[in-house]
Write a protein that binds this ligand. Structure first.
Ligand SMILES: *Cc1c(COP(=O)(O)O)cnc(C)c1O
Length: 360
């Protein structure tokens, strides 16, 4: 067996102890004589898996009692429609567009009402987070929407926007569980799990209870109504049971590691190793404004497309894989999620130093 350091933006690296545990339980989960993949979602064994997963997530994030946790399918992208369908009572919402995912959410919302772009960083290829301390929030806005960590561009909101009392909805797909958050500041906080938590195929939606109503836009499908899933404990239809099981293992791994304070400390330490090198390098440079840098996704370039391609090729051969930047940005991107060990980042920086010397 030979494992690589996988810097993919998602689906992404998972903690090795979790992979080993699920491998051990593949043929016989906890004396049931079957894999969780083969198990009824109505069984007692699975009910325990989903209940524990929810409780562990609640413990990790300190989720207040007046918030529901939903395990849904359709990815983060389906939430781009589900959010306006469920929340746009006045048919008005304000969007802060800091990257492609926020832009897609903004465009999707236009199908359901008046979506206003109240701030954007598109003028500089989304390389910064705009000042959101005094934005023209619409008086009748049903919510204000952000993408908190911009996976493609490598920026992160270090401060939440001043929503002037309006509900905040946040896509945290690529920074989920990377550091502590105050859930009570959000109406909805959600993310696809395939970036920083588990395997692809699920989105976790943490939603304040009073936002779960039958009063949704006319024509909203049953499956796209939060109430359907909230009333059924995420078991209205067959959920992605195996994904819930693996995510539950990751929650236990995070708790054992010391929780989100400790993850924040580790993530800051890992990111610093890479950013410090980028700031001192004569060949590589980071692409975003320093104060808005993400701890999770680190894009960088040499400034020469051919050299970028050579770097990606040679890094791959050295066991440092999936470093190619997003097709819309070019260059490189290292995603250094919770499950990426510090040694992986150190190996990357050592390789970059060597490449810099060889290509000076
Ligand atoms: C990957 C990503 C998405 C899209 O996720 P899907 O699960 O593929 O729909 C949305 N938002 C952010 C921030 C992402 O990183």
């Amino acid at each position: 067996m030979s494992r690589v350091y996988n810097f993919s933006a998602g689906p992404a690296v998972l903690p090795e102890p979790v992979l080993k545990e699920v491998a051990e339980e593949m043929m016989d989960y906890n004396g049931t004589g079957m894999s969780v993949m083969e198990m009824s979602h109505r069984s007692a064994a699975f009910q325990q898996i989903i209940d524990e997963a929810e409780q562990d997530l609640r413990d990790l994030m300190n989720i207040p009692d007046n918030y529901k946790v939903l395990f849904l399918q359709g990815g983060a992208s389906q939430q781009f429609a589900m959010i306006p369908m469920n929340l746009m009572k006045n048919k008005v919402a304000d969007y802060i567009v800091t990257g492609q995912w926020a832009k897609k959410a903004y465009q999707e919302a236009q199908k359901y009402g008046k979506a206003n772009k109240i701030a954007s960083s598109e003028d500089k290829t989304f390389s910064y987070i705009p000042d959101c301390s005094d934005l023209p929030i619409s008086p009748d806005a049903d919510y204000v929407y952000i993408c908190e960590n911009n996976t493609i561009y490598g920026t992160k909101f270090k401060e939440l926007p001043n929503t002037k009392g309006k509900l905040l909805v946040s896509d945290v797909s690529s920074c989920f569980l990377s550091e502590p958050v105050d859930v009570s500041r959000y109406g909805i906080i959600y993310g696809g799990v395939q970036k920083n938590i588990g395997p692809a195929g699920m989105v976790i939606v943490i939603i304040r209870e009073d936002l779960i109503t039958e009063d949704v836009l006319p024509g909203t499908p049953t499956m796209l109504t939060y109430k359907t899933h909230a009333d059924a404990g995420s078991l209205y239809n067959t959920p992605n049971a195996y994904c819930i099981y693996v995510c539950g293992k990751v929650f236990k791994w995070l708790k054992a590691m010391g929780g989100l304070e400790e993850m924040k400390r580790r993530n800051e330490e890992k990111a610093k190793i890479l950013y410090d090198f980028l700031d001192s390098s004569s060949l590589f440079k980071g692409t975003v404004v320093a104060k808005d840098r993400s701890l999770m996704n680190v894009p960088f370039v040499t400034g020469d497309k051919e050299l970028d391609a050579k770097f990606v090729k040679e890094a791959t051969a050295a066991g440092l894989v999936n470093l190619k930047g997003h097709r819309t940005v070019g260059g490189m991107r290292a995603s250094i999620y919770n499950a990426m060990p510090r040694e992986g980042v150190e190996a990357l920086v050592a390789f970059m130093k060597k490449f810099e010397e060889e290509n000076a």
